[in-house]
Design a protein around this ligand. Structure first.
Ligand code: FMN
Length: 246
């Protein structure tokens, strides 16, 4: 638990230390989960809380472009898993040598193991032709749907539910399986379920695929290219360790 001196007196309107710690813990301990799913069903009220969390995301012009398809039928999941296998084989063929071997060892979905599958879509026509704020950047409806998915991801972590985002699918094929009209955009297929454990680091980092970039490499002061002080990175690391059990 962080000491109260960590925060400035101006944070009076913020959450209590305990509440704030919970929010940051969910953020730092959120993981993309593809394994360790337990067969226990997700109770309806818990699933509804997750969907409500998603539904309370920000959206351009308050457009709320998302829909959620809840999938529990094993035979539908099997069909979707076959679509994944085909697409993943094509993806694997793009790598060579040791990278190709490593790619084939990665577990990149939990479609059949996860008790609930969730397909999240973006209805780009919702709200009519002129949605407040979307005229300049047309993709803001897609960004909004990603915000909803992130809300769901964090809420799921707080509930002890793992979530894995599967994008290695041809969404046209997925739409046929799920009866999604052509005009609607699929944003992702999510695998959801209680898990025996959450990994402390991203699976891709554990597998040696890629590392987290130091935050100081990504922060610019005032103008592009002017780097933040490197000692800020250790401040960030300390901050993270305050909120995680790892
Ligand atoms: C838009 C999006 C699509 C993703 N698609 C996949 C996927 O198809 N398969 C997979 O295993 N992980 C997928 N991931 C998860 C990332 O690999 C994961 O977020 C990243 O490695 C960092 O790990 P962490 O989420 O545990 O912090 C996706 C994540 C995002 C945001």
């Amino acid at each position: 638990m962080p000491s109260s001196q960590t925060f400035s007196p101006s944070s009076k309107r913020g959450f209590s230390d305990e509440e704030r710690a919970g929010v940051y813990r969910a953020i730092f301990e959120r993981r993309d989960v593809r394994q360790n799913f337990l067969p226990d069903p997700i109770p309806e009220d818990v699933l509804m809380r997750l969907l409500q969390a998603a539904h309370h995301a920000g959206s351009v012009g308050f457009m709320q472009p998302w829909d959620f398809i809840v999938i529990r039928n094993p035979s539908t999941k099997r069909t979707i898993k076959r679509l994944f296998d085909k697409t993943n084989e094509e993806a694997a063929a793009r790598y060579r040598g040791s990278r190709a071997q490593l790619y084939r060892r990665l577990k990149l979905e939990g479609i059949e193991e996860a008790p609930v599958g969730l397909c999240i879509t973006c209805t780009r026509q919702r709200g009519g032709r002129h949605v407040l704020g979307r005229s300049t950047v047309r993709e803001t409806d897609l960004y909004s749907t990603c915000c909803a998915i992130q809300n769901l991801w964090l809420a799921a972590r707080a509930e002890g539910i793992g979530m894995g985002w599967v994008s290695i699918l041809k969404f046209g094929e997925l739409k046929r399986v799920l009866g999604i009209p052509p005009s609607i955009k699929v944003m992702g297929y999510l695998c959801l379920g209680y898990v025996s454990e959450f990994a402390g680091r991203p699976d891709l980092e554990n597998a040696g695929w890629r590392k987290r970039i130091p935050l100081t490499d990504l922060v610019h002061e005032e103008r592009w290219g002017s780097r933040a002080r490197s000692d800020k990175e250790s401040e960030h690391a300390n901050y993270q360790s305050l909120y995680t059990n790892g």
